[in-house]
Design a protein around this ligand. Structure first.
Ligand SMILES: Cc1cc2nc3c(=O)[nH]c(=O)nc-3n(C[C@H](O)[C@H](O)[C@H](O)COP(=O)(O)OP(=O)(O)OC[C@H]3O[C@@H](n4cnc5c(N)ncnc54)[C@H](O)[C@@H]3O)c2cc1C
Ligand code: SF4
Length: 531
């Protein structure tokens, strides 16, 4: 079983120690960066708003797990996306716990495509979008993808065997092959197919979203964070919510204000600050840190903080069959059709999408998978639960300047601070892509005899990106190609907020690759004393 226990004795750095690096958020970006910096001898204070749990704490009762892990502080929303109607109180689904959303996640680790990093060049000047190219080329990212895949022990990469086929995968595979798809397999998964990295192989229990009780699935909770603690250079402050990043008269950040577990306000000084709160909260924290020098929010002279919010074209497709599939068994997302991951405008839209295997547990399927359905119609579908199989659409949505995170003018959190407000209007490209993906997924299920196929609408955003994006031109974004903000040299963006565009890949592998790359840069700059 993987190890979650804190190192003993616990490292503590003084609150007035201005030589430490402060990282905010302990998920994919922050947890990875913390390990990378501490193993190089750099002292880190890692702030995490949520509690530290152990594998024993995880509950396989879905409602209990959701309540234990999810970010439940209020968020508000507006816009034409259907999430506003279907999930009025949950526009975005993220975690508040040590390990962040890597506790909840399902482990799919595809890479971005080389051309997705040149989206503006590739797709052209599309009306209603704010597309840019990434300031880094795929070739630069490639070696960090290799490193990230080895760190996460991703299946089907670097000689690691794929996960075995579950029943639901066999259904998807047979249908996809009947349609002529070629690139269909059990996925690039950060879930062990064999013992590796001190963690056991997957038992195909199907509780990935509730937290993997044996640690077969990678999470910073039991990989990067305990390893960082073992260096003696990590001071993890769980249940400590950062409410503001402070700066000096020269505009360089000097530390953070936070609430300790008892709710008391405290301060921590810092040499530099890295923000990895997941893209909604990262934007919110920068906006909350406004000052006389940064009246629109910290590092926001471009007015790009919070804008260009991307969340992927998502949604479920459910097939109902005559015979049992038992689709709740087996790793939740371990299967993919990659053939539609291409830019072929003849399909009626730019960009591509993945069709991924998926299943939801019984209470979640009607709630999250078919929220618009009711009464007899829903009952008829749910009668088929044993005979159902599912797929998840993960496609590239297009950045729009007004799809953005702002501070809600009226709703406040437990500390009296404005909560994040999320505004999303779907672009017609997103709608066309969703329709295409739903049609293809329906055809896959029908090719293997589905009696009935039903589609969800958009789901709460589990992938949050681009709200403090990298840009070559400081006017177009918030940070440079290293995640270093254009305005404040000792302030870094270390999560999916920094993506210039979302691509069609589930984001976590890219977040980890960028964090590994950023750690190299921070070490060099600290050694050169330029930050
Ligand atoms: C159900 C589900 C399934 C998913 N499956 C996949 C998948 O298969 N593949 C994939 O690539 N991605 C998947 N994702 C998305 C993936 O989990 C995220 O992309 C990833 O975890 C984001 O990393 P992050 O570091 O940006 O943020 P997180 O991992 O969310 O970490 C952010 C942390 O910051 C903390 N925080 C926020 N604000 C503050 C503050 N002010 N002070 C202190 N702490 C703060 C939060 O509590 C949180 O713990 C899934 C997500 C969900 C919900
Ligand atoms: S299916 Fe595998 S990864 Fe998912 S919870 Fe079970 S053992 Fe863990």
């Amino acid at each position: 079983m993987a190890e979650t226990a804190p190192a003993s004795p616990r490292t503590r750095f003084a609150q007035n120690d201005d030589g430490v690096v402060v990282i905010i958020g302990s998920g994919a970006g922050g947890g990875t960066l913390a390990h990378e910096l501490t193993r190089r001898g750099i002292r880190v204070v890692l702030f995490e708003a949520g509690k530290r749990l152990t594998l024993e704490d995880f509950s396989q009762v879905p409602g209990e797990a959701f309540a234990m892990l999810t970010w439940l502080d209020p968020r508000t929303q507006s816009g034409t996306w259907t999430v506003r109607e279907d999930f009025p109180t949950l526009p975005s689904w993220t975690c508040k716990t040590v390990g962040g959303t890597t506790v909840h996640w399902t482990g799919a680790c595809p890479r971005q495509q080389p051309w997705e990093l040149r989206a503006r060049t590739e797709y052209g000047d599309l009306p209603g979008t704010s597309l840019i190219d990434w300031p880094i080329a795929y070739e630069e990212l490639e070696k960090y993808y290799d490193l990230a895949e080895r760190r996460l022990v991703v299946t089907r990469r670097h000689g690691v065997p794929g996960l075995p086929a579950s029943n639901k995968f066999k259904v998807m595979y047979a249908g996809a092959k009947a349609l002529g798809y070629q690139r269909v397999h059990t996925g690039y998964m950060a879930i062990n197919s064999q013992p590796a990295d001190g963690r056991p192989p997957c038992l195909q229990m199907g509780f990935c979203v509730q937290g993997c009780k044996i640690g077969a699935k990678w999470s910073t909770l039991y990989t990067e964070i305990p390893r960082a603690e073992a260096t003696g250079n990590l001071d993890l402050r769980a249940e400590c919510m950062v409410t503001r990043i402070e700066h000096g008269p020269d505009g360089r950040v000097t530390g953070v204000v936070y609430r300790d577990p008892s709710g008391r306000e405290q301060r921590q000084r810092a040499r530099l600050v890295c923000v990895a709160c997941n893209a909604v909260e990262t934007a919110r924290l920068l906006l909350l840190s406004e000052s006389g020098k940064f009246p629109r929010g910290l590092a926001n002279s471009s007015d790009q903080v919070g804008r260009n919010y991307c969340h992927h074209v998502g949604g479920f497709v459910w097939g109902c069959f005559d015979k049992p599939v038992h689709a709740w068994r087996g790793a939740v997302l371990a299967g993919v059709v990659e053939d539609e991951t291409k830019n072929d405008p003849k399909r009626g839209f730019v960009g591509g999408y993945h069709l991924e295997l998926a299943m939801l547990d019984l209470p979640s399927l009607p709630l999250a998978g078919l929220p618009y359905m009711w009464g007899r119609e829903l009952a008829a579908v749910m009668e088929d639960y044993r005979n159902m199989s599912g797929m998840f659409i993960c496609g590239e949505d297009l950045p729009r300047p007004d799809n953005r995170i702002t501070l809600d003018p009226t709703v406040r959190d437990q500390y009296g601070l404005p909560v994040a407000h999320i505004h999303v209007d779907d672009h017609e490209n997103d709608t066309a892509m969703r329709t295409h993906a739903q049609t293809q997924a329906t055809r896959i299920f029908e090719a293997v005899g589905a009696r009935r196929v039903v589609c969800s609408r958009a789901t709460p955003a589990t992938h949050n990106m681009c709200t403090a994006r990298m840009s070559a031109d400081p006017c177009d974004g918030v940070c440079n190609g290293w995640g270093q903000t254009h305005d404040v040299p000792n302030l870094f963006i270390s999560d999916g907020s920094a993506f210039s565009t979302p691509g069609s890949a589930n984001p976590t592998l890219t977040i980890v690759a960028l964090a590994l790359r950023q750690a190299d840069y921070i070490e060099r700059q600290m050694s050169a004393r330029s930050i």
